[in-house]
Design a protein around this ligand. Structure first.
Ligand SMILES: Cc1cc2nc3c(=O)[nH]c(=O)nc-3n(C[C@H](O)[C@H](O)[C@H](O)COP(=O)(O)O)c2cc1C
Length: 354
């Protein structure tokens, strides 16, 4: 691996210079005091590794599948709004980059690009869904996504209401947002009717409802507790996604790195398991795999990369992390992402597990 500065480490600062200030603030911010947002990466950094030796790491396999979709490396793009605020081509540029990287993109239901335009890039994509109080409002969107080629639906369950952010001084992003940055897939009048607000009564039955309505596997995003993971599986979820929404919902929520192992034990072999939140390097991805995740997703860094260099920036970011993961796997004595044991992990000052 090359020495010198990591591209990923330059992104936030460069994006800050390029993005309109309210947009940058919106992307960066966490809810309330920002405790959870600030702790996310540190929680990955708090692990230490016990590398295996005398293992053949001549060739290292990073390819895997996510609900049957092949990916070149288990590093994928989380759903985020406002991608068109970062770059005029927004989600379409993101999709092209994900496709070129052999990655998977989850498209926000609030995206500013149409499902059809995203699908035309050839990317493998899943639809993220905020279910509305009146479920029927979602149906046209779900049917349109399925028809356009979404391979799964990701139900976000941590947002019965949008977490309060203290926006500092100056205009908020909503005051500077162009209409075309958001909601390209909703009818124009969406948002005005009673029932268009986010559902506050989500339950296990919504997992089955989404699966039946779309004919697609359902991923539940925003789970931090093993008991909730079990409820998702009992409800028919094909995968569980450990997330605290990048610290943008309940502040003081625990770090995903600290929740992952217990959820992995609850999920076991019954479903796939993903994680996001503060993942910024191949070493963090290796740690996530060792804790039991099948893939890690990134939220803010791809937006920053899009701002810095469009799709080329996202490709470079994903490529850099994929290279770092290969390097980390090799040095940890793991020949495949499918065989990363939890015994790789320890904490500073703790005795090895075995
Ligand atoms: C600007 C921004 C917009 C987001 N929009 C959505 C969204 O529309 N739907 C969703 O499920 N999560 C959304 N998220 C949360 C991300 O999917 C993801 O959980 C989080 O960003 C991961 O943490 P990271 O940014 O530290 O990588 C958003 C996050 C950010 C930063």
């Amino acid at each position: 691996m090359a020495d010198g500065q990591r591209f990923a480490d330059t992104l936030e600062e460069r994006a800050r210079e390029l993005l309109a200030e309210p947009v940058h603030r919106y992307v960066r911010q966490g809810a309330r005091e920002g405790v959870t947002a600030a702790e996310a990466t540190a929680a990955w950094e708090a692990f230490r590794l016990l590398p295996q030796v005398l293992r053949d790491v001549t060739s290292v396999e990073t390819a895997t599948t996510l609900l049957g979709t092949p990916v070149r490396s288990p590093i994928c793009v989380a759903p985020t709004t406002m991608q068109r605020a970062a770059h005029p081509d927004g989600e379409v540029a993101m999709a092209r980059a994900a496709a070129a990287s052999g990655s998977l993109m989850v498209l926000s239901s609030n995206a500013g690009s149409t499902f059809e335009d995203v699908a035309a890039t050839g990317v493998d994509w899943w639809l993220q869904m905020y279910v509305t109080a009146d479920r029927s409002t979602c149906v046209p969107l779900l049917e349109r996504a399925a028809a356009a080629g979404a391979r799964a639906v990701v139900l976000t369950v941590d947002t019965p209401v949008v977490g309060t952010k203290y926006d500092g001084t100056g205009p908020t992003v909503w005051e500077v947002a162009e209409p075309e940055w958001l909601r390209a897939n909703f009818p124009l009048e969406y948002g005005d009717a009673a029932g268009d607000e986010k559902a506050t009564d989500l339950g296990p039955q919504d997992v089955d409802w989404l699966a039946t309505t779309t004919g697609l596997p359902v991923v539940v995003k925003g789970v931090l507790r093993p008991d909730d993971a079990r409820r998702c599986l009992d409800a028919g979820a094909a995968a569980v996604w450990v997330s605290n929404h990048g610290g943008r919902q309940l502040d003081h929520a625990a770090a995903t790195a600290d929740c992952l192992a217990a959820v992995a034990d609850a999920v076991s072999e019954r479903a796939e398991l993903y994680v996001d939140g503060g993942v910024r390097s191949g070493l963090h991805v290796l740690t996530a795999l060792a804790l039991g995740a099948r893939a890690a997703f990134l939220g803010r860094p791809p937006i920053w990369a899009l701002a810095v260099d469009g799709g080329a920036g996202v490709e470079r970011l994903l490529g850099e992390l994929a290279d770092e993961l290969v390097d980390a796997l090799r040095l940890a004595g793991c020949a495949s992402v499918a065989r990363v044991p939890r015994s790789l992990l320890t904490r500073p000052g703790q005795r090895p597990l075995e």
